[in-house]
Design a protein around this ligand. Sequence first.
Ligand code: DSN
Length: 480
Amino acid sequence: MDDVAATATGIYNQILDIIGGIEPRIAGAIRSELTDQRGSLKLIASENYASLPVLLTMGTWLSDKYAEGTIGHRFYAGCQNVDTVESVAAEHARELFGAEYAYAQPHSGIDANLVAYWSILAHRVEGPELERLGAKTVNDLSEEDWEILRREFAAQRVMGMSLDVGGHLTHGFRPNISGKMFHQRSYGTDPTTELIDYDKLRADAKEFKPLILVAGYSAYPRRVNFAKMREIADEVGATLFVDMAHFAGLVAGKVFTGEENPVPYADVVATTTHKSLRGPRGGLVLATKEYAPSVDRGCPMVLGGPLSHVMAAKAIALAEARTSAFQTYAQAVADNAKTLADGLLKRGVRLVTGGTDNHLVLLDVRDFGLTGRQAESALLDSGIVTNRNSVPNDPNGAWYTTGVRIGTPALTTRGFGAAEFDKVAELITGVLKNTTPAMTAAGAPGKAKYLLGEGVADRTKAEASEMLDAHPLYPGLDLS
Ligand code: DSN
């Protein structure tokens, strides 16, 4: 890997000179982003550091090719190399996850989820409706028939985890199209344990009868039992759709196996490729053979032309994820999250659900007298990058929040282990204990501004630097 870094040093320095000759501010921002990423404790649970081969693969002329359509069936000439790229990415995805079918085109996680929703609608609603109307494709439908089909689409129901207990905004949240397109009902968590209550979920699903049952989360610090989710989906005739964007790396790395692995249980699985999976920014959909034909219509159904350069980088990342080194990494991500959670608990921080068994930890900061926003900002001032997040029944709403979400994928990539994550817990607690809300003009604690104790930020940054210097990001890559 040192050879790769040495070669990349030459490549990046030359490329940045070229870029800087055209627009120096862009070259400056690229350099500065590396400095920032190297110099802070990156604890955003959805971020990671892709390998240099993955990053380098994205910067090629594959970007210049239009290739709408599917492998071997494109709406443009000259797509033979994109066919190779997409086939290799899909092959690695199928093999890695043991999936019957993989679709590598989605540009992001939200796009992947949209492909999933519309392919389920195409399979479950459009297909039977076309058959009933004696039409082969939607092009054969009269305007009146179209009106019927449109009404059928709009009548469908989706049930996903509520945003405030850790679901994602694409799981039926009103401001997202998933909350506007479907009749929607959320499932929550048990008010005492803060864990998914499968019995209540089952009862709610029986009453609501969703077409699509969504499992998956972006801020729930626990594993999900997908066998139970499958049982519930079967009992109500729902398609089981799993959004594994956050934990795909733990599935790929064989940390989540058996009933915790969604792939054998779900009809359709969507993911991002850049979170715990540690690939380029993008999306991926896996499906059973039954759903494959409709997923394959993702473009033009909801996607434009694929980003061939990113699909190539997905292939490289997926190949990397098929190694035993990646399995070691994924296990370390989970082990480190447990260490981080234990370190916070023993220092008196309340954690939603009382801990973690995946890659993320959700802190409830109300006992420090802070909002999530104040905690996030004070931590950032101290060189610790996190994001504020709602906690169940959050009294501060989705903007200020009462929680802070942190995760271990990125710093585990840098080589942080148990000792470092316990230290991270100490640094976070130290900042929170030394932050107070600033008072409003009316003399009440405000929700945004805060006061950080004297010297706390500098001391925390200095202690973080020692660990960061010992575990450099892209060691051997020298852009000075
Ligand atoms: N932005 C992602 C996350 O942070 O979880 C989800 O969209």
